[in-house]
Ligand binder design. Structure first.
Ligand code: ATP
Ligand code: MG
Length: 263
């Protein structure tokens, strides 16, 4: 029984970091951006990573996404070591499994919203008609069905981020990695984007890892909050965020959490 439970728990782990360190050489000194991180991310979870500027959040995300290699330790995705792959295999893996959303949107300026969203599909070899159809569908999903012909400069910040999210979803990634996706947005738009990520997680079962400075919003939306400090996990707590506490049929809705939330 215990072995069965353990086996089930093992397959539930999408990402595992084992003793991961990332050192950068800076002149004579070494900067420990990550300094021994052990962490398991459950399939289908919504994990928030918070911490001060310089605590290692982006380094963590880049290593999980295979954009960067750890100096020491292992990253396992579905039990397979990520870094054992060649650069080409890693790039193919990123395209097939991971969607990235960045603070600065990273859209291609001369392409329309539709063309930006269709880009990863073109890289994956999807034909023109099908990728335009899918890009249109994704833009409608993020509420931008009427903006498909706009270029990034012809869109608001929140709309640009929604295009970036649609693009990240183009290849139906198992894992959505977001680095400060609301960092450049006003409070109301940030709330909309967080709501959208929460929906993707709740309805489509996407695993979302969200890096943010915004503890308050992370507490309201994420199921688990990891705090990094000086490249180490300082705190790791789970909560049922009020924003996601959707009542099941026949149950009383949950009581509203206090303003502090999740503590
Ligand atoms: N290429 C690099 N060379 C040297 N040091 C680096 C490099 N990249 C990051 N660092 C250092 O590693 C540490 C962690 O950086 P990281 O970007 O992961 O922080 P962060 O938590 O994402 O910060 P922020 O909230 O400001 O984005 C910082 O002290 C940073 O100065
Ligand atoms: Mg960062």
């Amino acid at each position: 029984m215990t072995a069965l439970v353990e086996a089930a728990a093992a397959t539930d782990t999408l990402i595992e970091l084992v003793a991961v360190k990332k050192h950068y050489r800076f002149g004579e000194s070494l900067v420990a951006a990550l300094d021994g991180v052990d962490l398991k991310v459950t399939r289908g979870s919504f994990l928030g990573v918070i911490g001060r500027s310089g605590s290692g959040k982006s380094t963590f995300l880049n290593i999980v996404g295979g954009l960067d290699r750890p100096s020491e330790g292992t990253v396992l995705i579905e039990g397979q070591p990520l870094m054992a792959r060649t650069s080409d295999a890693l790039a193919a893996y990123r395209r097939a499994v991971i969607g990235f959303v960045f603070q600065s949107f990273n859209l291609v300026p001369h392409l329309t919203a539709l063309e930006n969203v269709a880009l990863p599909l073109a890289l994956a070899g999807v034909g023109l008609f099908e990728r335009r159809r899918r890009a249109q569908e994704l833009l409608e999903k993020v509420g931008l069905g009427k903006r498909t012909g706009h270029r990034p400069t012809e869109l608001s910040g929140g709309e640009r981020q929604r295009v970036a999210i649609a693009r990240a979803l183009a290849n139906s990634p198992k894992l959505l990695l977001c680095d400060e996706p609301t960092g450049n947005l006003d409070s109301r738009t940030a709330e909309e984007i967080m709501g959208m990520l929460a929906q993707l997680h709740a309805k489509d079962g996407a695993t979302v890892v969200l890096v943010t400075h915004d503890r308050e919003r992370a507490e309201r939306y994420c199921e688990r909050l990891v705090t990094l400090e000086d490249g180490r996990v300082k705190d790791d707590r789970r909560s049922v965020p009020p924003a996601l506490a959707i009542p099941t049929l026949g149950q009383e809705p949950p009581a509203q959490a206090p303003a502090e939330g999740g503590k």
